[in-house]
Design a protein around this ligand. Structure first.
Ligand code: SF4
Ligand code: SF4
Length: 127
């Protein structure tokens, strides 16, 4: 099936990202139900000030859970935040809805005991 993004260059594809960092929040998966929960814990490699991944080119090697979003998998990732620019693209929804930013709502994974990740699960329907 043809998609509106098929003919974008790699550069155009990368520029779609709003660098919000929401896909860099650590998720927790329920072992019994496979359900995925969002936490407000940010990956240690996300630079909040500059809104960039510090290890972008090698992110998938350093962080195995870090998923590379591509033209081939963009429409198969329902767990991405509702506000993700790529998700809005594949859902053909370009409404001007103002999504909240992460500012002041997160902690870095280096600041917490990762054994207690469940304590940081957040119900962010507006994520
Ligand atoms: S490695 Fe980079 S892109 Fe991947 S989750 Fe961490 S900060 Fe985000
Ligand atoms: S959630 Fe989407 S728009 Fe935000 S940083 Fe991740 S890929 Fe980019």
């Amino acid at each position: 099936m043809a998609h509106s993004w098929d003919n974008l260059t790699d550069e155009q594809w990368e520029k779609i990202c709003k660098r919000c960092g929401k896909c860099c929040l650590i998720t927790v998966q329920d072992e019994d139900t496979d359900e995925i929960y969002h936490t407000n814990v940010l990956c240690r490699y996300y630079d909040q000030q500059n809104k960039l991944c510090r290890i972008y080119e090698k992110r998938c090697q350093v962080v195995p859970e870090c998923l590379k979003l591509t033209k081939d998998n963009v429409d198969k990732l329902p767990f991405m935040p509702q506000s993700c620019a790529y998700r809005r693209l594949f859902e053909s929804d370009y409404t001007d809805k103002k999504w909240p930013s992460l500012n002041g709502r997160t902690v870095c994974e280096t600041e917490i005991d990762l054994n207690n990740l469940e304590d940081y699960i957040v119900d962010w329907d507006d994520l």
